[in-house]
Structure formats: structure tokens, C-alpha cells
Design a protein around this ligand. Structure first.
Ligand SMILES: Nc1ncnc2c1ncn2[C@@H]1O[C@H](COP(=O)(O)OP(=O)(O)OP(=O)(O)O)[C@@H](O)[C@H]1O
Length: 308
């Protein structure tokens, strides 16, 4: 199947000479959830803005369903819903009218039943006739999503949808993303909550200083870069690791009370049993063994370093 979005050698240099995107290429498949991660200023919003036709690229090309986002803007924009970071709308308008108006802007005929359903899905229906200025910050966020869904897009961009929202709303948002995915909507999100990206995304792309470091299937990424750590708590602290354990990559922690063993995912089977026997043979006694697996966050921090 042809990708729903195709990004080819995309670059963006702003008028002040700043290069925000540098030769970025990748495809997005229909129906997937892609999380774009990167530190502040990495170029995520610039990339989204170009795909949505809000910002012009300096070089390269983006197609949405085979249409060029610059020369065939009308076709591509109709396919896309964008949830921006901030609300810029008439605060004196009602919730229903605001969302309905957004649908009209995309050239779709009015469909009050559909708009009411979107409001119900977002728990906004009882605020339907309230003006936006009467809503809480979290409810305004929901209006942003309702606007983005107003014209039944096939692709939804969520630019930091959960930044600064409370736990309940964040949970609602992820549930909504899950429901939308079931209807076949392609979802691209940026987030600083990496553990949430780990939970929901099919693929993860990491952008740093305008360059795409990689886009990879999440589970493959975890297998490739993920490591496990086994911590063995010793009954008596030791000053140094016995030479007989040299062949294992061990470090000493917690003032000599812990032996920490780093290993690759998948290599654990016989290896750990052998290590424990070797520790026993070295005369060390231990009373607890625990494991910890690298998270997407650990991988992100190790790739991006201090910039994260
Ligand atoms: N209109 C502009 N003119 C000049 N530079 C800009 C403009 N818009 C963005 N930039 C710069 O381009 C870089 C990328 O910005 P962008 O908003 O794409 O980053 P981001 O990854 O979305 O960051 P954040 O996580 O903070 O939202 C930043 O250094 C930013 O200052």
C-alpha cells in the first residue's frame, strides 16, 4: 500500500537563516500512530506545519495521499486535522458554532449530528451552547480537538496534546486516540511524555537539531537499543569485584552492596543462571535479585544527551 504521507529530502531554513529541518525523509503508513520525539526546538512543529501546508519548505517535497502539500494544498488540507498547541479562536462564539465553522472552512457541508457526536466523544456536549470564554483550560483543549475532527480527517496531527493538562484529561485524550485509531485515522503526535509515546505509538521518530535520527517500529527499537539490568543485593558489602567474575560486565553499586549486571535483551536465558553460579562459587552471598528494563525514555536520553 502506498504511504499516506511521504516526506522526501525536506529542508526548512527560516528567513533569519536558521536551519530548522535538514534533509528529512520518511513515510507514514495509513492507520499507524507515529510519535515524534525531540527536545525543544528540534524542528517537530516546523515539520508538522509543512505537512499541514502552513509553512512552506525551503527544499524537498511532501505528499499527502499522493498530492503535493504546496501545489495541491486544497486536496491535502482536507485530509488533515491539526490540533495545535494553542487556541486562537473567537472567545465569544459558542462551542457548537466554533466546531461547526471549522468544518465549513474545509469546504464540507454542515452536519450537526456529526458535530454533536464529536462533542459527545470529547465530553463537551453539555457545554455545546456555552461560549469559549466560559470554559476551563482543559475544556478549551477539547475544543481544539473537536475543531480538528470537525471535517472527518483521515490524518490527525496532535502537537503536544497533553502538555500542561491534568491527569484526567490526559487519560481521556489517550483513550480518544485509541478510539480514533480503531476507525482507521492515521495519528502523528509530538509529546514530551515519552512513557506515553511508548504506550501508544506503533512507531517512534526522533528528531534532533533539524535532523531525523531515525524512525523505527517501537518494539524493534526497544529490542535493538533496549538493555536489561540485573541487580544482585549482597549480604555483605565487598571492596572489589572478584577476578573470577571478570568475564561478566558487572559494576559495583550502593557502596559495594550491589552487583549490577548489564545485558542485552534476549541474551538472558543461560547467561544469568551461569552468572549466579559464578557469584556463588566466588563465595559471595546475596539475598535479593531484581531486574529493570530500559525504557524509551532511557533510549531517548542516551541518544539526545544533554539536549533532552
Ligand atoms: N518563524 C520562525 N523564524 C525563525 N526561526 C524559527 C521560526 N519558527 C521556529 N523557528 C526555530 O526553528 C527551530 C525549530 O522550532 P520548532 O518549533 O519546529 O521546534 P519543536 O521541535 O516543535 O520544539 P518544541 O518542542 O519546543 O515545540 C527552533 O530553533 C525555533 O526557534
Amino acid at each position: 500500500m502506498a504511504p499516506i504521507i511521504s516526506i522526501n529530502r525536506l529542508s526548512k531554513t527560516y528567513s533569519d537563516g536558521f536551519k530548522a529541518l535538514d534533509n528529512v525523509s520518511f513515510d507514514i503508513e495509513e492507520g499507524e500512530i507515529l510519535a515524534l520525539l525531540g527536545p525543544n526546538g528540534a524542528g517537530k512543529t516546523t515539520l508538522i506545519s509543512i505537512i499541514c501546508g502552513i509553512t512552506n519548505p525551503s527544499g524537498g517535497q511532501v505528499t499527502v495521499s499522493g498530492h503535493d502539500v504546496v501545489t495541491e494544498f486544497r486536496e491535502t488540507r482536507g485530509e488533515i486535522g491539526l490540533v495545535p498547541q494553542e487556541l486562537t479562536t473567537d472567545m465569544f462564539e459558542t462551542v457548537f458554532n466554533t466546531v461547526s465553522f471549522s468544518r465549513g472552512l474545509h469546504g464540507k457541508s454542515p452536519d450537526p449530528d456529526y458535530i454533536d457526536q464529536v462533542l459527545k466523544d470529547l465530553s463537551l456536549f453539555d457545554k455545546r451552547d456555552n461560549t469559549l470564554r466560559e470554559l476551563s483550560g482543559g475544556m478549551k483543549r477539547r475544543v481544539l480537538i473537536a475543531k480538528a475532527l470537525s471535517h472527518q480527517p483521515r490524518i490527525l496531527f496532535l502537537d503536544e496534546p497533553t502538555a500542561g493538562v491534568d491527569v484526567a484529561l490526559r487519560k481521556d485524550m489517550w483513550q480518544l486516540v485509541g478510539r480514533l485509531r480503531k476507525t482507521g485515522v492515521t495519528i502523528i503526535l509530538t509529546t514530551h511524555y515519552i512513557e506515553e509515546a511508548q504506550g501508544i505509538a506503533d512507531r517512534v521518530g526522533i528528531i534532533n537539531r533539524g535532523k531525523l535520527l531515525f524512525v523505527e517500529e517501537k518494539n524493534a527499537l526497544m529490542r535493538k537499543l533496549g538493555r536489561k539490568q540485573l541487580t544482585i543485593e549482597l549480604l555483605e558489602p565487598i571492596g572489589a569485584i572478584p577476578a573470577s567474575l571478570d568475564s561478566y560486565s558487572l559494576t559495583l553499586g550502593d557502596g559495594g552492596k550491589e552487583l549490577v549486571y548489564d545485558y542485552e535483551l534476549g541474551s538472558e536465558d543461560g547467561e544469568i543462571a551461569r552468572l549466579l553460579l559464578a557469584i556463588d562459587a566466588a563465595g559471595l552471598r546475596f539475598d535479593d535479585v531484581s531486574t529493570r528494563q530500559t525504557s524509551l525514555e532511557d533510549i531517548f536520553v542516551s541518544l539526545i544527551g544533554d539536549a533532552a
